[in-house]
Structure formats: C-alpha cells, structure tokens
Design a protein around this ligand. Structure first.
Ligand SMILES: CC(C)(COP(=O)(O)OP(=O)(O)OC[C@H]1O[C@@H](n2cnc3c(N)ncnc32)[C@H](O)[C@@H]1OP(=O)(O)O)[C@@H](O)C(=O)NCCC(=O)NCCS
Length: 287
C-alpha cells in the first residue's frame, strides 16, 4: 500500500527555516561518563514525541546505557561519542559514530542544542571525527524523511539515498488467540533486566516453526525484526502473556508496501532513508 503523504514530502525535498548566526568557536572532545545524562536529555528532546516509543535512544534508561559504553570503550570497539563545546565549556552538541569496516563508519546520531544550531557545530563534530579516523572514506546513516534540517546538512555533505524503509505499527489485536504451547522465550531473565535498567531489550523466541528475533524499543512496543512474525498470532499471544504491558507491534520494511498482518491493522508512522557518501572529506574541506 503506498503512503502518498510521505512520498509527497520526499518528492518536494526538505524545506528549512532561514538560518542566521556567526560561526561558533567550538572545541570537540571525546565524551566522558559525566556527559551521559546530558547526551540523553538533548537527544530525547530532539525526537518528535509521537516517535519516542519506537526509539531505544529516547528511553529513560539510555543515559545508563551510554554511560557503560563511554566508560568501557574497549568493550564497544569502534564506537565513538564526541562532544562539541564552546570556549566557556558549555556543551553545544554531540555525535555518535561507529566504525563498521576499516574505511567505513555509521553515523548513528548528530545533535546540536537548539540555541547553537546554524553555526557550524554539526560540521565541526563530523570534521573532528574524520580527523581522528584517517582511514574512513565513506559514512553511512539513517535519517527520517521529514527531518528537513538534517537532510539539508546531509545533502550539503554529499549524502545520497541508497534505500528507503517504512515503519509500520499495529495495535495488537489478539483477542481469542490462544498462546502457542510450543513457544519458548530465550533469555527472558536478561530481557527483563535490560528493560528494568535501560528501558529496552532484545530476545529470541523458539517455536516449532523456528526461531524469531524480537525487540522491545520501549515498554509498550514489541519490534518484529522479521515481518513474517506478523503472521504468527499464537507466537505473539505467547509473548504478550509474558509481557502484558505490550500493546503495539513495530516492523520496518523496505519501500512503501505494508507487509501482511494477522495481528492488527498496520499504519505507517515513519519513513527512514539509508544514505551514504564517499565525498564527506572533500565537502567538509570546502564548506
Ligand atoms: C541537523 C542538525 C544536527 C544540524 O546541526 P547544525 O549545527 O545546526 O548544522 P551546521 O550549522 O553545522 O550546518 C551545516 C550545513 O547543514 C545545512 N543545514 C543545517 N541545518 C540547516 C537548516 N536548519 N536549514 C538549512 N540548512 C541547514 C546547511 O547547508 C549548513 O551549511 P551552511 O550554514 O554553510 O549553509 C541540528 O539541526 C539538530 O541537532 N537537529 C536535531 C537532531 C537531529 O535531527 N539530528 C539528525 C538526526 S539524523
């Protein structure tokens, strides 16, 4: 099923407010554990409230998670948080990137506090990362299609769209469905502990039909990594028996077409673009 309102937004490209402001005097440094609460606060504030239930990085425990990552870099090889600050030490923004191959990095997030936007802080962060990572030639990322400022930044840096995906959500409609008696949740203790500590979790479910990977990006949402899981109501009823607070499923699929669902009517809540560029160094040099 096509989603015309989202397609229309994509076709017209980003519209962005006018920008003012002088270039900022910015210093970029690696994040320290004491930054974790601030990182969580500014990143959560930057997400549209309607999407927060679907994003692990908008959950209340994400500061604890990031604190572990920042405190133990050897346990998270290639993962890098950088913080930009003004001359007086005020934090202006941050970027999180992960080295995925010798010459390739994934930009998970770049975020600038509202008052400091339009002064080159995002560019400073990305330049600082590349200065520290001389082998990186290509950068990849995912961006929400309707995030006009971010798309303007990425266009400027030479990013091009490689693929699109749609986020589908259904209110779980499982009345009268008996939980499958062949269903076993693996890692149940760990999933509960992750949820309590960080606010999100992943686990696998084993059933006669095979193994299924599931996630909890927040307390109320169950993410099905494989869209075929939406055709297994007895399996999902068994999962819901363990986690009665779950009321919605989320699935992300390539393109615009909704996958078949036997557990509730799907609605599109978001469209995401996978982008990459091998031009970022040159573009930043000339910016
Ligand atoms: C997107 C974001 C990180 C940009 O940060 P920023 O520090 O304001 O960006 P910069 O000042 O470094 O801008 C660099 C270039 O990006 C483009 N750009 C960025 N924001 C823009 C805007 N609002 N309007 C038009 N162009 C914009 C411009 O081409 C700009 O270069 P120019 O000033 O020479 O024209 C910031 O708006 C933000 O934090 N948004 C919320 C979090 C978010 O959505 N992050 C992206 C997630 S994928």
């Amino acid at each position: 099923m096509p989603i015309p309102h989202l397609a229309a937004r994509l076709d017209t490209g980003p519209t962005v407010p006018s920008r003012q402001g002088a270039p900022a005097a910015v210093r970029v440094r690696p994040a320290v554990p004491a930054d974790a609460a601030w990182l969580a606060e500014v990143s959560r504030a930057s997400f549209a409230p309607r999407l927060r239930d679907y994003l692990t990085s908008a959950q209340p425990g994400i500061d604890r998670f990031w604190q572990v990552v920042i405190t133990h870099p050897a346990s998270f090889p290639g993962r890098c948080f950088l913080v930009a600050e003004a001359a007086d030490g005020d934090r202006l923004g941050f970027a999180e990137l992960t080295l995925t191959e010798r010459d390739r990095a994934h930009l998970s997030y770049v975020c600038v506090v509202e008052a400091a936007r339009g002064r080159g802080v995002a560019r400073h962060l990305l330049r600082a990362y590349l200065d520290r990572s001389p082998d990186v030639r290509t950068v990849q990322l995912d961006v929400f299609a309707d995030n006009a400022p971010a798309r303007a930044l990425y266009d400027r840096l030479g990013f091009a769209v490689e693929a699109t995906s749609t986020w589908w959500v259904a209110d779980l409609a499982l009345d009268g469905i008996a939980p499958g008696d062949d269903v076993r949740l693996d890692g149940l203790h760990a999933a509960r502990a992750w949820l309590d500590t960080y606010g999100f979790a992943e686990f696998t479910v084993a059933a006669d039909a095979g193994r299924v990977r599931l996630g909890r990006p927040s307390a109320r949402v169950l993410r099905c990594f494989d869209p075929a899981t939406l055709r297994q109501p007895a399996l999902l009823a068994a999962v819901r028996q363990e986690f009665p607070e779950v009321d919605r499923v989320l699935v992300m699929t390539p393109g615009d077409d909704a996958p078949p669902s036997a557990v509730g009517e799907l609605r599109a809540v978001n469209r995401s673009l996978r982008m990459s560029t091998a031009e970022i160094r040159t573009r930043l040099e000339h910016a």
